[in-house]
Design a protein around this ligand. Sequence first.
Ligand code: SAM
Length: 495
Amino acid sequence: MGGGGHLVATAGGLRAVPEDTIWRLEPHTSVKHDIYDGYLDAWFPIILRTFRSGTYAEGFAGPGVYRDGEAGSPIRALRRLRAMRDRWPELRDRPVRFVLVEKRRDRVEQLLTEFRRELAHPMPGGEYRDAALHILVRQGTCEDTLPGLLAHVDAKKAPVLGVLDSFGGGSTQQLIRRFARQKGGEVVITVEPQHFVRNLDPARADEVFGGPEWRDVDELPPHVKRTYIARKLTEAIRAAGFRFVISFGLETARGNELLLQFATNHPTGLDRFKDSLWGADPIGGARFRDPNDPEQMLLDLTPEPAVAPLRRLLLDHLCGRPARTATVAELRTFTREHTLYRHKDTAPALDDLLARSEVSHRRWPHPRPRPHARPDAHYRQEYRTVHPGLIDRDEEKAPMSIYPLMLPGWEDLSTWGAEDDYLYAQVTRNGLSDDDGPEFWITPHLQPTCRTVNELSQAISEVTLVDRPTVLQAMTLGVQPAARRSLGLPDTGSV
Ligand SMILES: C[S@@+](CC[C@H](N)C(=O)[O-])C[C@H]1O[C@@H](n2cnc3c(N)ncnc32)[C@H](O)[C@@H]1O
């Protein structure tokens, strides 16, 4: 790092925070930029197609350039926007706003110099504006300045992507809440957990975590402190109002670790961000780790990731489930929402687990397969862990039953049936897909157990808002008359 500077803690010890206006680009910063670029390449077209305008905001914008001339994140973002507009001319006139805040005067000046060069425009008053682009650069602290600026540029109606890229101290929960409240708001935050392990500024840290509970880190043994901090940061972001949060630690050859966190309320944002993570260029041999992985394995950045850690995470998850069992849709949701893997990585991991006999698998035909659906959608599938040393009794179990639910408005995909000693239903209204699981799943894993057709019809009635006698009739119509009595159904009506 160029020039002198005060010290901050890192995993590898202490490092200097640069005092000079610009500094040398570090390898993990390059990887971070590559991830940002990949995400912006997805974000701009999706947002501009869907919402017709969008706002890119940085709270810790920096000087816009590094010592050897590499572009900083705000300039890179502008280049991604231009590349997108070259590729999709029909999106060229959709307005985009850049709102950029930087604390230091000299870095604001440098950032403006970079923008002037890039845009061939003098940017009087730190501002550029044409019909499709509005850039606003301001000096100030992001905590005090950014919320007002976002209101000023009227970013309320369009999604905002916030990049909060501090030198390690993270961002206050209050600022993150500002993005969570925004329609389509998302945020990327960088933080160095060691910063909090070393307890450099406890009063500000309380604002980052939203309270003093994180201070328990002092009492913990050294090897769990970093994971604890990562978990507390994730909790703080969720408490700010984000449904999905992923975190990963970027490792560099020099042993530093930068925790990158991404928060969104939309599953597509989560998928696209993970694509950009796995697709990033592993410059300088950088690797990353999942702070939630108990084994803390280092992972290589590669579009086709090794699924060994996912195998372990899926097994752990299955072990914690009732009857150690989950459907393939549930496992895909777990992968998507609780790991760094994409939901599409679930299938190869499950195939490996099957090949190693660590899980057993049952599938049974869907009662009404749809001719154009993916081949695996012709089946309901379920996986179960095989405890070491125990014989898996799956094959000995009575086969479960499955019947169509002939409920008007819900009959295309919905089913119900009997399994072991309970009844279940998978209910999806017509016109929706159940490729990622049914719209409503009535099963003992999720609700009170239904043991009679009356209890099940009541539960279906509650989610569909259709009266119970109609539901009972819809259940009955899907069952051959000869089988109705054993299920406790009235034996009237025809299939
Ligand atoms: C890690 S650098 C940003 C790098 C930039 N995002 C990039 O990737 O090119 C952090 C910047 O935040 C600035 N900064 C520190 N505290 C700040 C605060 N509270 N509000 C706004 N800027 C701040 C620093 O002066 C520094 O330029």
